[in-house]
Each structure stands twice: as structure tokens, then as C-alpha cells.
Design a protein around this ligand. Structure first.
Ligand code: PMP
Length: 297
């Protein structure tokens, strides 16, 4: 492979990752004024790319950002990054930042919005061992930024609450974190949504969370297999008393959780329904209705 660490696109050029640099005066860097989306390529195929592009374009519109590229052009750029990198399994990110202006103006309307894309080797929230035995999660009292402050349906880099939760979890001896919503219910974690299974029915928080594409994929798999699923408030007690728990993210798909706050979930092993959904999820990656092939050179 020519680019083992991946390929980026910026300012009309494809570059090795190490050469892709942004200005420190970019509002994206200075103020987290950016939106982004991530999509993955598995065995040479994008998974649900349309849904990720829909979310990206919706976010830019709501943030009043505009790029000089059409949806089709962006799709092509992402595929080119993957193809140039040569990686068959890849984590692909598209970013629109507010940008900056030559005069360092404080008026965001004067900034020139910037598009950056990159494809790097696929990464997962959970490593191989954690996927086999289930993640150990701690719930932090940290509250996720409220949805009337930062709209969670616009994918964004407001992560200080999530990173604080992560350090809280490390201090408690756990591997990752879940943080709360403004009402004290479970919200989400650093880069993932969460589901519980109780008496054969699934539940995931609805309020103040990013509507994840993997979360949506779980809803779609439930519909196809006639499994019951609801999006509603999830309490900390409900989480701990669940039969099964799993998290969902583009970075890793459906990933089992077997400990919450040091206590075993169910019998402490990866649940049957979780396993079935994981299998179905990966099977769908070769289904042409849900995935599109990358043309490698
Ligand atoms: N919540 C947050 C805060 C995230 O950043 C992400 C993904 N990066 C998710 C949930 C999961 O979303 P998706 O399934 O679309 O990757």
C-alpha cells in the first residue's frame, strides 16, 4: 500500500495523512465550529453511505455552512480517498469547518467554509478481546450538553463532557463511559449509543443523543426480524438490571457490554440477542441494498 496510514483530501488535493494540516485560525479548531460524519468501508464496500451523507448535509444546512462541492462530488472524493489508501476496511471521515477569513474577522459570515475528508485504517471502540468478552462500562454523573444548547442531531465535536466521562470511567476501573441527560437518565457515550435488552425487548435513549446510523440500523434489523424496540428514557437502574446491554457506533458496529459500574449484566457473558444482532449487522455489509462497492485501482 502506498499510504498505510491513510489518505486525506483538502484544498483540492489528495495527501498522505501526515501532510494533512489545518490552520490554527480555523473556527473548527478554535471553537469546535464544525460538523462531520464518519462512515466505514468493510471488505471494500461502504456501509449505508447515503444515510451518512444525508446527516452531513443536514448538519451543514442547520449550521449555515456551504461547500463548493455537490453531494455526488463528495461521494467521489470519499471513494477516492479509500481507493488511493488501498485499505479494504477503512474509517472514513468528512468534515466541514466554519473556516477562517484573511482578516481574522469575528463574524462567522465572513469565514470561508472548508471541506476535509480522510480515509484511515478501520478502528473500533472495542478491541478484539472486548468484543469477545464484552466491554466494562461505568456511568459518570457528567451531564451531556443539553439538546437546546447544541443540537445533537448535528454531528459535532462538542466532546468535553464525553471526555470527562471517559476519565471518570478510567478512575473507576472501567473501559468506557456512559453519561447522563439533563433529567438524570442515561444518554450516550464517547462515540456511541446504548441499548438494553429486557425480556426480549430492546430499548435505547431518545432524548439528547446523536441519532446514530448504527442505532438506526438496529431499529431496521429489529423491524426485519420482528423484535420489539423502543426509544425512550432509560434510567441507570434499568441499565444495570437489563438482561443484555450493547453499544452502537460506526467505529465497531454493535458491541457487547457485560459489566456496568463493576456489576455483571445478566450472567456476565455476551447475550444471545446481542450476538444475533452482531451477526446480522455484519451480514448486511455484503447486501447491495445497504452497501456500495469502492472501485480500487
Ligand atoms: N453518539 C456520539 C456522540 C457519537 O459521536 C457517535 C458516533 N461518532 C455516535 C453516538 C454513534 O453514531 P453512529 O452510529 O452514526 O456512528
Amino acid at each position: 500500500r502506498r499510504y498505510p496510514n491513510g489518505v486525506a483530501f483538502m484544498d483540492g488535493q489528495y495527501l498522505p495523512m501526515s501532510e494533512a494540516k489545518v490552520s490554527v485560525l480555523d473556527w473548527g479548531f478554535l471553537h469546535s465550529d464544525a460538523t462531520y460524519d464518519t462512515v466505514h468501508v468493510w471488505e471494500g464496500r461502504f456501509f449505508r453511505l447515503d444515510l451518512h451523507l444525508d446527516r452531513f448535509f443536514r448538519g451543514m444546512e442547520r449550521l449555515r455552512m456551504k461547500l463548493p462541492y455537490s453531494r455526488e462530488e463528495i461521494e467521489k472524493i470519499l471513494a477516492n480517498c479509500v481507493a488511493l489508501s488501498g485499505h479494504k476496511s477503512s474509517y472514513v471521515e468528512m468534515i466541514c469547518t466554519r473556516g477562517g477569513s484573511a482578516t481574522f474577522s469575528r463574524d462567522p459570515r465572513e469565514a470561508e467554509n472548508r471541506f476535509i475528508a480522510f480515509a484511515v485504517p478501520f478502528g473500533s471502540v472495542a478491541n478484539k478481546e472486548q468484543l469477545e468478552r464484552g466491554l466494562h462500562v461505568a456511568v459518570s454523573d457528567t451531564v451531556r450538553i443539553p439538546p437546546n444548547s447544541v443540537d445533537p442531531s448535528i454531528k459535532n465535536y462538542h466532546w468535553l463532557d464525553l471526555v470527562k466521562g471517559l476519565f471518570d470511567a478510567y478512575d473507576l476501573g472501567a473501559e468506557t463511559a456512559l453519561i447522563m441527560d439533563t433529567n438524570g437518565n442515561i444518554a450516550e457515550g464517547p462515540g456511541f449509543n446504548v441499548f438494553t435488552v429486557k425480556d426480549g425487548k430492546l430499548k435505547t435513549p431518545a432524548f439528547g443523543v446523536l441519532p446514530g446510523i448504527t442505532r438506526q440500523t438496529v431499529f431496521d434489523l429489529c423491524r426485519q426480524t420482528e423484535l420489539g424496540v423502543t426509544a425512550a428514557d432509560l434510567t441507570r437502574d434499568e441499565l444495570k438490571q437489563a438482561d443484555e446491554v450493547f453499544i452502537t457506533s460506526t467505529a465497531g458496529g454493535i458491541m457487547p457490554v457485560t459489566q456496568v459500574d463493576g456489576l455483571a449484566i445478566g450472567d456476565g457473558r455476551v447475550g444471545d440477542l446481542t450476538r444475533q444482532l452482531m451477526d446480522l449487522y455484519w451480514q448486511k455489509h455484503s447486501d447491495p441494498a445497504w452497501s456500495t462497492a469502492v472501485a480500487y485501482p
